[in-house]
Design a binder for this molecule. Structure first.
Ligand code: ATP
Ligand code: ATP
Ligand code: MG
Ligand code: MG
Lengths: 260, 260
């Protein structure tokens, strides 16, 4: 019975995709976990970031999400990767239309959850990469999830995005997913040389929402971007890079924080 | 008769808002231009970034966009800032609903353009800050614009976003705004230490779309983020910072590139 982790942040470019892909790879490679990544972003960045390692096959997530019978399982459309035990949903150019197509559907926020019911028995961990907004796809991710991980950068605009996300979590938690847990906020792209603004943002987050910032942070490390240029996960591309070390550390830390 | 510049990029966090706000401030402060910034992003980051400098008053853009009569002008809802000659649309929590509200409207892509027809006679330059997607608000920006500026980071995912944007530009240019011009792609958050991947991305962009990368780039400079934490534009906050210098340079360069 998989733990389903939504990786969500309203702010653009804070490392949702990089974090999703890196954690998935670390758990599959180093912890013997069977992992599925569901790409909920119409920009299909998960498979773009891993494009040299993606298997062929699988089917479009959009078809599943707009199927009126809602009987398709994500397991039927996913594909494999070069990393044993790491699976992903393939790129789907129609995912944008799917969001519109779902707009008028009764119970539209529950479609993904239903489509993971049987799928989740096949994996240890399922990660959901969300787009930079609180639209129908992200909400489906939050409703389907057991817990939420929130990447954030040390910036005013990112912190304001956390606020928007937490308000959405309250709404979702209240009505649609009462057991939704918060893994925490992981600071990403941290510039070691900007201690003052890093501290200012940490204090701002702490004073607004308490002790939600995770102890492991991910520093700015261009190797993470280079790995995506090469279309490989960070551990295949540069396993001794600082980015790889920190994501390995985060992966190990988070396993102990999963809701029981 | 203002030049209307849409600042658009499908990728999140590439500096659309930072670029919009910095260029607007530079043109108002140093070039004697009367500038209006229209915040098309439901996250209202323009006024968040400038929050210590925003005047009171103005009205909600969402009301204008969903008004069936489509007779309101943006000029009626904008507000002033501490910078003389710099005006902005105030924060609007209903902008997200507006995008849904516009979905079924005939001619929904043309609403903003109409609402700027008289407004544009009051300004030298109007900037449109777009959200990180190609939805109705961004398309309204592209249809209303005379020219488009595309911030991009030196990353695979950002380059893939340029592709999505250019395809949208073709669609918009074909049917709704044939005279739409491209100012160019401005590389932002450039890390001076990562020459190899910077060059790799520049080559990738050039081979895909030709000579669209602008000569001025904006380096990674945390002072730009600190200015936003302080709620001030970069020139009020740290006028001799590298970020300020480069945005001043970009502002001067772009003035010569406006379509006649
Ligand atoms: N720790 C890091 N160090 C350096 N670069 C990073 C780091 N994390 C992410 N990046 C780069 O920053 C860019 C944004 O990261 P990413 O795409 O993962 O963010 P995102 O939140 O998923 O963005 P979006 O909102 O567009 O989905 C990417 O080009 C990525 O390679
Ligand atoms: N040149 C730069 N140097 C350092 N930080 C920067 C730079 N440009 C932008 N930033 C910071 O990076 C973050 C993302 O920038 P910004 O919000 O302007 O991007 P955006 O494209 O508008 O994002 P979104 O897609 O969420 O609208 C902000 O916190 C901003 O302060
Ligand atoms: Mg992403
Ligand atoms: Mg923005």
């Amino acid at each position: 019975q998989a733990t389903i982790v939504a990786v969500a942040a309203q702010k653009g470019g804070v490392g949702k995709t990089t974090t999703t892909v890196s954690l998935a790879s670390a758990w599959a490679r180093y912890h013997g976990k069977r992992v599925l990544v569901v790409d909920l972003d119409p920009q299909n960045h998960v498979t773009l970031a891993l494009r040299e390692q993606i298997g062929i096959g699988g089917g479009p997530l959009s078809e599943l999400l707009t199927d009126p019978a809602n009987t398709l399982e994500v397991e039927e459309i996913r594909t494999g990767t070069e990393v044993p035990e790491l699976y992903v949903t393939p790129p789907d150019p129609d995912l944008l239309n799917a969001e519109d197509g779902m707009a008028h559907r009764i119970g539209k926020e529950l479609v993904l959850r239903k489509a993971l019911e049987i799928t989740r028995t096949h994996y240890d961990i399922i990660l959901l990469d969300c787009p930079p907004n609180m639209g129908t796809l992200t909400v489906n991710g939050l409703v389907a999830a057991d817990t939420v991980l929130v990447p954030a950068q040390a910036s005013m605009l990112a912190v304001s995005g956390i606020d928007g996300l937490f308000r959405t979590l309250d709404e979702v938690g209240g009505q649609l997913n009462p057991s939704l847990d918060l893994l925490g906020v992981v600071l990403t792209r941290v510039d070691g040389r900007t201690r003052k603004s890093n501290e200012a943002v940490r204090d701002l987050v702490k004073s607004s929402w308490g002790d939600v910032v995770l102890p492991v942070h991910i520093g700015a490390n261009d190797t993470l971007a280079q790995a995506q240029l090469a279309g490989r996960d960070i551990f295949g591309f540069a396993p001794s890079s600082r980015g790889a070390q920190q994501y390995r550390e985060l992966a190990a830390d988070l396993l102990d924080r999963f809701p029981k």
